[in-house]
Write a protein that binds this ligand. Structure first.
Ligand code: AMP
Length: 637
């Protein structure tokens, strides 16, 4: 077996030869004429001239060998339902869905926004879009009207696919009021909404705009809709992510590069094989869901499990801390993917639950989305008796940047606290944040950057805004055109990287990325808020939670605890109502002033440090020291 270092070196020294080989892992209608076009940096165009289709690679191409094998397994402990589609059944359903979308006027290049819970229909809708060359834009079902409206406005979808409701921990969240309000708020109005009825919440259909999924699917049940052959460089989807401004960024991904990147990662990183079952506990609203619930496993010919519900609830709705392991046993799962936060939830339960079911099929557990702390890694690794592989990546990258390539060299040992080494195709460097100088010596802290050309699967650009793509990601390090991850990191003497947190105002709540600016804008919308600062504060379970500090507009004495509580409640409800429960601050503290520099810049890092009992660092620029004292008093530190 080749050493991983050689494998990686070849991908950097001879990227075209390396990726031409990987391109053989997928089906092409027309092979690429040029492997890489990097003549307009930082834009990298992969597999130019090639024609392919994600849905063909995920579904159709498996029909010959595995038509009757399970492809999609949708399990909901919220509704107690378990449904399995074979590749042949998925093929038929996706064609019916594609015909339904076409009947609503959707064609190649049109956007379809998918605002759905984790149900099979959501994945069928995504594959249907891919089939006809429509660009899907999946918005996490936990987001509320405000967040949804800004995404509708930016993506300008022709059609929205949704459901009557989602459910979490038995609490039903009706989607129709949220979506109707979002459409009302948005300047762009989709011409049609397609509703999946689960019978969880009432649905009132507007004449002309609203359509029922079940009716259209029956009407088009026998439709034959061939895959549209797309250019490798066409756009497959947009997924929104948070950044330093209140405006979410639409991460735009291609077709061919993404298909190849996922196929290669299934082989080299996840070591998942055709005919086996993959179980990712994520949600299609996140990039992990796109890459490793939907496309990755299916492209590899694996069955994929889509799971709706808490990690601690059984099919009968009763508590069951072993439900995931029951599914691993039942479906002979070989590769599992989750997030540290979910493991920390399980960790509150009896470790014996990890051994309640037969886990002999499982080869490894991959965890991503946030730093993996050592106690959590140890607990789950020892409990399951399989390797736990941390992997570091971003919505922007689409697949792991740092991890271990177990399919290339199974002997590479995980190192606690480190997600691993740069994956093939990635030239990762640590640079000084203000000089841009490379920090080549081990254990020096700097910004983690990626040198272009970025590998296949990496974001093409920001949807509709090339300039924002270049300025945001590629121009933040002085004097160098390099991609900034906006994460701090170090590399040890053996080349293993360690991620030390964000350099910007992005926070990570239960593995989900949120922009504090977005939350601040929402809080500032409250009539009695004059100023606000939102920071991420370390939390034992969720990694981080949002904490807000507000200066009220009028009439609220800092000592009036009752009024402060009332305002806190109103602000929490407003954020949950506009952005979603995930973004709701864990606490809202009322203060009379916020710490700022003399030039008026908010010192969020100092606030965060105080909240986390850390040294706030250099305070020489602080205008009003009493403001920080007040925060200290508020948080009881
Ligand atoms: P997202 O785009 O939502 O996937 O968030 C990406 C961010 O999550 C990264 O920039 C990191 O800050 C953080 N992150 C993701 N995976 C890891 C990991 N394995 N270790 C540490 N941080 C991570």
């Amino acid at each position: 077996m080749a050493s991983y270092a050689d494998f990686h070196r070849r991908s950097i020294d001879a990227p075209e030869a390396f990726w031409a080989e990987q391109a053989d892992l997928i089906d092409w209608h027309k092979p690429p004429e040029q492997i890489l076009d990097a003549c307009q940096p930082p834009f990298a165009r992969w597999f130019v001239g090639g024609q392919t289709n994600l849905c063909h690679n995920a579904v159709d191409r498996h029909l010959a060998a595995r038509a009757d094998q399970a492809a999609l397994i949708a399990v909901s402990t919220e509704t107690g339902s378990e449904r399995v589609w074979s590749f042949a059944q998925l093929h038929a359903q996706v064609q019916a869905a594609a015909a339904s979308l076409m009947a609503l006027g959707v064609g190649r290049g049109d956007r379809v926004l998918i605002y759905m819970p984790m149900i099979g229909e959501a994945i069928i809708a995504m594959l249907a879009c891919a089939r006809i060359g429509a660009i899907h834009c999946v918005v996490f079902g936990g987001f509320a009207s405000g967040a949804l409206a800004s995404r509708i406005e930016d993506a300008q979808p022709k059609v929205v696919v949704s459901a009557d409701a989602g459910s979490r921990g038995g609490k039903v969240i009706a989607y129709q009021p949220l979506l109707d309000e979002a459409i009302r708020l948005s300047a762009h109005k989709p011409s049609a909404v397609l509703w999946v009825e689960r019978g969880l919440a009432p649905l009132v259909c507007q004449a002309r705009r609203d359509h029922r999924w079940a009716e259209l699917m029956v009407r088009h049940a026998d439709a034959r809709v061939p895959c549209v052959w797309l250019e490798a460089t066409d756009t497959s989807y947009i997924i929104y992510t948070s950044g330093t401004t209140g405006r979410p960024k639409g991460v735009q991904r291609d077709v061919g590069g993404y298909a190849v990147a996922l196929a290669a990662s299934m082989k080299h990183i996840f070591d998942g094989r055709a005919g086996e079952t993959y179980f990712s506990t994520s949600d299609i609203g996140w990039v992990v869901g796109h890459s490793y619930i939907v496309y990755g496993p299916l492209i590899a010919g694996m069955a994929t499990i889509a799971y709706e519900g808490l990690p601690t609830q059984g099919m009968d709705g009763q508590p069951d801390g072993a439900i995931w392991w029951q599914l691993v046993h039942k479906y002979r799962v070989t590769v599992m993917f989750s997030a540290p936060t979910a493991v920390r939830v399980l960790k509150k339960q009896d470790a014996a639950l990890l051994r309640k079911h037969d886990l002999s099929s499982l080869r490894a557990l991959f965890l991503a989305g946030e730093p993996l702390d050592e106690p959590t890694a140890r607990w789950i690794g020892e409990g399951l008796g399989v390797p736990v592989i941390d992997n570091y990546w971003q919505t922007e990258s689409g697949w792991p940047i740092l991890t271990l390539a177990r399919g290339v060299d199974a002997a590479q040992a995980p190192r606690l606290g480190s997600p691993g080494v740069p994956m093939y195709g990635y030239q990762v460097k640590i640079v000084h944040e203000s000089t841009g100088e490379e920090l080549a010596a081990p254990n020096e802290k700097g910004v983690v950057v990626i040198e272009g050309p970025t590998p296949p699967g990496f974001m093409q650009t920001v949807w509709g805004d090339d300039e924002r793509f270049v300025n945001t990601y590629w121009k933040s390090i002085p004097g160098k055109l390099v991609y900034s991850t906006f994460d701090w990191g170090i590399r040890d003497a053996d080349g293993y990287y360690y991620i030390l947190g964000r350099t910007d105002d992005v926070i990570n709540v239960a593995g989900h990325r949120l922009g504090t600016r977005e939350i601040e804008e929402c809080v500032a919308g409250h009539a009695n808020v004059a100023e606000v600062a939102v920071v991420g504060v370390a939390d034992a379970l969720k990694g981080q939670v949002a904490v807000a500090f507000v200066v009220p507009r009028s009439g609220l004495a800092a000592s009036d605890e009752q009024a402060a509580r009332l305002l806190e409640g109103e602000i929490m409800a407003a954020v949950a109502g506009q952005l979603g429960a995930l973004a709701r601050p864990a606490r809202v503290h009322v203060v009379t002033a916020l710490p700022k520099t003399r030039s008026g810049k908010l010192l969020r890092r100092a606030i965060q440090a105080v909240c986390e009992q850390r040294d706030p660092g250099d305070l020489s620029t602080l205008d009003d020291p009493a403001s920080l004292q007040q925060i200290r008093a508020r948080v009881g530190r």
